[in-house]
Design a binder for this molecule. Sequence first.
Ligand code: ZN
Length: 239
Amino acid sequence: MAAEPEVSSDTALVLFSGGQDSTVCLAWALQRFARVETIGFDYGQRHAVEMTVRPLVREKIKGLRGVWADRLGDDHVVALDALAKISETALTRDMAIEIAAGGLPNTFVPGRNLVFLAFAGAVAYRRGAGHLVAGMCETDYSGYPDCRDETIKAMARALNLGMARDFAVHTPLMRVDKAGTFAMAEQIGGPALLDLVIEDTHTCYLGERGRRHDWGYGCGDCPACRLRADGFLRFRKTG
Ligand code: ZN
């Protein structure tokens, strides 16, 4: 394992969905900040199973290191039903996942990450957290424009202007592909964190947890499962 990074006395708020990426981001933050809180959004996603794995993943990650248990603070769950009401997508409706006109998959909820970051900023403001940590990634991001580095940087600037704060928005996975995310889990928390990511985090858009593959649970066929499966295969080949 690589040397531990220096620990800041600041508080970080992690956008934590219970998925592979945000779990690795949570571990990344636990390595670096004296206090780490989490925020999750319930927006009527079809893969609402995410919301049920969140507390479990939080408990298990605390069990990996005593110092992580000390640093992990409150969890905030924000209901955003309005997001489902205003968007007709395969993430929030019972419809087939496919590529829509314009080349984006119909799982795209327009501006979802902008909404999440605005709410996270408001909670961070109230909690005195100076750092936001989010798992957006532009390497294999299915083309979602709200995952782009430029989008996140613009949003960070808008938050700091609009809230008169100096938040740092960290996206540790921005240039990391799915194989790299598995490697990061192993590097940060050893085989125990890698196991937790495989066994307990949820990625599948359809909310399927019946079948256990070597990369974890999921339908194996939706775009999220395919990315995860392909990433794991490449991780195993190179790791
Ligand atoms: Zn799936």
